[in-house]
Design a protein around this ligand. Structure first.
Ligand code: B12
Ligand code: SF4
Length: 711
């Protein structure tokens, strides 16, 4: 190509220019989305009548269009950056020859090997989902991040299927059975083990030859179990970006299986007739801090909105702590992305959201710990917030209590933090979730939270007075707790001196001093009990596979069966009476879960008065949960721990639950009817359907208990 290239600012214009360059016509490509390489490839091939390949990541999409009439290709980098500024994978050497690397568009020669590598393997990335557990979808970050890492290698063609977005298990199985993919990547999170087994059983019953890799937070818990059942499987043990890139290289024979990063697998069987399967092996995972690129491809973002889903993104990976109940092997140690790197991804999110004025302009930053711990943590957090705010996004996230109050830090530190929190709210922070988990120091020590009850109380006061909208999670029952601790828990949850009125007229310094002063607190407390700010009331500890807490429960002789579907181990309670209360509380939670989760999801989509009304409806459920806890504790106190008559306590708790749920019906019916009148019709439909299901349920049943694996 020798003629001058006109200056263009939009990727779409560059695409049209490249099409014209290759074939002499741009066709009517105008409406095709650049976020969806599969659709774009198809459109180019159909409308231009030549072969086309779309690869590379969204911010540097690379389009190959075969030239009409003669054998060459046109290669365009839709970002407008010159080809020579790309880090070309080594496999492209000698098989992909560009005539003009100094430009974003060039004619090129591609060898048959090069073309094979650009188009194969065909990788299908599938995300599983049980609609009955989580009614409203979220943008599937896991597989979208993997797609970006895979496309960055320029190897193969990647497509995504997500069961949240109108795809059934049968559709995924059919696609695989039809022979489309060469490699299948399946992502599973909690509750989806049965779906994972269904797909893997189908695949193993098929002809074979398919390379299958699985990953996700649940899969990482079940690594051993999966390898025992499917010896040819590769199981991703952590963040999957490096893994998936290596899997593509492995498919081409560039890497051996034991060179694929971050997997568990079975080694080759040794000897003949002695070992039928090899032993389980592992390769090292990649540390979060060595991987700055944690951004997604956005193929499925428009579809997420079509299905009333919400937008999610991570700006950091991992956590600064090691709580005993949270297995850390999978998500790793905290590392944050540089704020500047967020710009392009937010721009594309904004572009897609701009097309949907009907949905809330909110991004959920699903970071485990948003602030992090490096020297520049405060300025980084504010810079990320600036990026979000400059694109007019509201946003929510989560972080630890010790980002607000630390008993080992001085006044200066707290003033800086207070200013940061106000600054984040000014920059669009709509809500931040804090995993407070308990208000009782002996329990917090057991959880290795590295926080105390006093610190938590001060944090709740500080955040409310600063006007930071919060959500708190709280583990009410744990297997190793005693009755005294449960009483202290109940008392903490009922405290009315924690939630203060927002005090915008006071300086940060006045607030951080005031929260220590009971007179100040009495003057500014809302009188609202703390439990109304707890996200989900009556939650019990889950003994997740691989967690330190699970090992402690095991050492106390309390663990039973493994539940792969939830990645957890069943456990009894050291005080059996607390076990009864926990069980009855779980049945209460599960009976109300789908309705509460629907309300929570609708809250995410709403703003202003509507959002408040949804929240008030959830508070009705929370209050009833607290009443149940208080009533059950009174029953526990009347039960001798040494009694042989265990059923007595259980029966009394059932009776109490029945009474309280009957009492709940009228206020919930009224609130939901009022809400539905004000909601858009689809959302009202979802809510009314869930409400009617809730109202017609007459039994107490656990949701995720059924385990088809039977282990
Ligand atoms: C959204 C979310 C949920 C949603 C799930 C709904 C949904 N449709 O996803 C809800 C709110 C329902 C939920 C529930 C729970 N969650 Co949750 N959840 C999250 C959250 C905030 C975001 C998930 C996400 O999108 N992550 C971002 C993506 C990029 O990460 P990822 O999915 O892990 O994917 C990466 C890797 O796993 C891997 N990977 C994933 N799939 C695949 C596939 C292949 C082929 C490969 C190679 C790799 C791979 O590569 C990806 C990119 O690096 C995470 C926190 C987090 N940041 O991960 C917690 C998190 C996953 N949840 C967690 C927990 C404990 C739970 C609960 C069990 C809590 C509880 N005790 O009740 C419940 C389960 C309840 C139930 N009944 O099932 C923990 C898991 C703990 C751990 N370390 O393993 C996390 C990490 C949060 C935490 N620190 O506590 N959760
Ligand atoms: S603070 Fe949260 S993410 Fe971090 S280790 Fe504890 S539970 Fe896990």
């Amino acid at each position: 190509m020798t003629s001058a290239v006109p200056t263009m600012t939009r990727p779409r214009d560059r695409l049209l220019f490249a099409a014209e360059h290759a074939t002499g016509t741009a066709g009517d490509l105008g409406a095709v989305r650049l976020t969806d390489p599969g659709a774009l490839t198809e459109a180019l091939q159909q409308r231009l009548g030549v072969r086309a390949v779309v690869t590379g990541t969204l911010d540097r999409r690379l389009v190959f269009i075969e030239n009409a009439g003669h054998g060459g290709w046109t290669v365009a980098d839709l970002s407008g950056a010159p080809h020579e500024t790309r880090e070309w994978p080594t496999w492209t050497e000698g098989v992909l020859m560009l005539d003009r690397p100094s430009s974003w568009i060039s004619s090129a020669r591609i060898s048959p090997v090069g073309l094979h590598r650009l188009t194969r393997p065909r990788l299908l990335l599938a995300a599983l989902y049980h609609p009955e557990y989580f009614p409203l979808p979220r943008f599937p970050l896991g597989i979208s991040d993997l797609a970006r890492a895979a496309r960055a290698t320029l190897l193969g063609h990647i497509e995504l299927m997500d069961m949240q977005l109108g795809v059934g298990l049968g559709d995924i199985i059919e696609r695989i059975a039809a022979g489309w993919p060469d490699v299948v990547g399946i992502s599973a999170t909690f509750g989806q083990h049965d779906l994972m087994l269904s797909i893997l059983d189908e695949i193993t019953a098929g002809e074979g030859g398919l390379l299958v890799v699985v990953g996700g937070s649940l899969t990482a818990r079940n690594e051993r179990l999966l390898l025992d059942r499917y010896p040819d499987l590769l199981v991703a043990r952590g963040a999957g970006e490096a893994t998936i890139a290596d899997v593509l290289a492995h498919w081409h024979g560039d890497l051996d299986r034991n060179q694929v990063r971050g997997i568990g697998y079975r080694g080759a069987a040794r000897g003949e007739g002695t070992l039928t399967i090899g032993s389980a092996r592992r390769t090292a995972t990649v540390a979060n801090r060595t991987r700055a690129d944690i951004w997604p491809e956005l193929d499925l973002l428009p579809r997420t909105f079509e299905y009333q889903g919400v937008a999610q993104l991570e700006t950091s990976r991992g956590c600064t702590n090691f709580c005993s109940f949270c297995p850390r092997g999978h998500k790793g140690t905290w590392a944050g992305a540089a704020p500047d790197a967020l710009g392009w991804v937010l721009d594309v999110f904004a572009e897609v959201i701009d097309e949907r004025p009907d949905i809330s302009r909110t991004l959920y930053l699903v970071d485990e710990e948003f602030i992090g711990r490096d020297e520049g943590a405060v300025s980084r957090a504010l810079a990320v917030a600036d990026m979000l705010h400059s694109r007019d996004f509201g946003w929510e996230t989560s972080c630890r209590v010790d980002q607000v109050v630390r008993l080992d830090r001085d006044r200066k530190w707290h003033v800086e933090r207070g200013q940061m929190w106000r600054g984040l709210v000014e920059r669009g922070l709509r809500r931040c979730l804090f995993g407070i988990e308990s208000g009782v120091t002996s329990i917090l020590d057991r959880f290795n939270k590295e926080t105390t009850g006093e610190q938590n109380a001060l944090t709740v006061r500080t955040l409310s007075a600063l006007g930071v909208p919060t959500r708190f999670t709280y583990i009410t029952f744990d297997h190793l707790m005693n009755a005294e601790e449960l009483h202290a828990t109940y008392a903490f949850q009922g405290r009315k001196d924690l939630i203060l009125h927002p005090l915008p007229h006071l300086s940060v310094a006045e607030i951080i001093e005031g929260v220590h002063d009971e007179g100040f607190v009495a003057e500014h407390a809302t009188g609202q009990p703390f439990h109304e700010a707890i996200s989900y009331m009556l939650v019990s500890m889950e003994c997740l596979i691989g967690a330190a807490y699970t090992r402690a429960a095991e050492a106390a002789g309390l663990t039973d069966a493994v539940r792969p579907s939830m990645g957890r181990v069943d456990a009894r309670f050291a005080d059996w009476r607390i076990g009864v209360l926990s069980h009855r509380a779980q049945l209460w939670v599960d009976r109300n879960f789908a309705l509460d989760y629907t309300l929570k999801s609708l809250e995410k989509l709403a703003d202003g008065d509507r959002r408040r009304a949804i929240r008030d409806t959830r508070v009705i459920l929370k209050r009833a949960g607290y009443d149940l806890l208080g009533g059950m504790l009174a029953l526990l106190d009347r039960t001798d721990p040494d009694t042989a008559h265990r059923e007595g306590l259980d029966e009394a708790c059932v009776e109490l639950s029945d009474t309280l749920i009957a009492r709940l019906r009228a206020p919930v019916d009224e609130a939901v009817t009022d809400l539905a009148r004000d909601l858009p019709s689809t959302e009202a439909g979802v809510l009314l359907a869930e409400h009617s299901r809730w109202g017609s349920t007459g039994t107490w049943r656990l949701i995720n208990a059924a385990d088809p694996c039977g282990t």
